[in-house]
Design a protein around this ligand. Sequence first.
Ligand SMILES: [Zn+2]
Length: 180
Amino acid sequence: MISLVNISTEEDIFPEYRETPIGLLLEYHNLGRPYENYDKAQLLIGMCMDNRKHLHIPENFAFIIRSGGANLRYSEFKVSYAIAVGQVGYIALIGHNNCGMVNLFSRKEQFINGMIEKAGWNREQAEEHFMNFAPMFEIGNETDFVVSESKRLSLRYPGLVIAPMIYKIEDNRIYLILEK
Ligand SMILES: [Zn+2]
């Protein structure tokens, strides 16, 4: 069972994340913690490219990689860079509800027509492009995906703490994910 946990007080933050950059992210974004000054990034945030999301965090607080569905499978070198050169030890992986990378095939015609109208492509090019890439970028279900993507990243980067989360579009808050 997977459930979303509303973070509205410091006590709601899971103990393993308290007094870490993960906990700070939740405090800044959800709890209105006053901004502190940072001279280097404290964590890496992976989040969707979707325009409906805006994080409330201080300057210099985080590296951010945005990609469809918070999918970092194709951003590995950038993740490694943030760890090795940026010296971060934490990753917050933030999916969101109502994500466009869920059920991509339902938008196949819209995608193809859009590429023809906006990008100047022909139908064959657009169709081939969609068919080649949609299976790679499909995430299935937002919450299940960030949980499994976090597990994959934990195996790949065993020295890091990786926290999956969900951003709800309707209230602009971040929720932790509890697995039972
Ligand atoms: Zn999305």
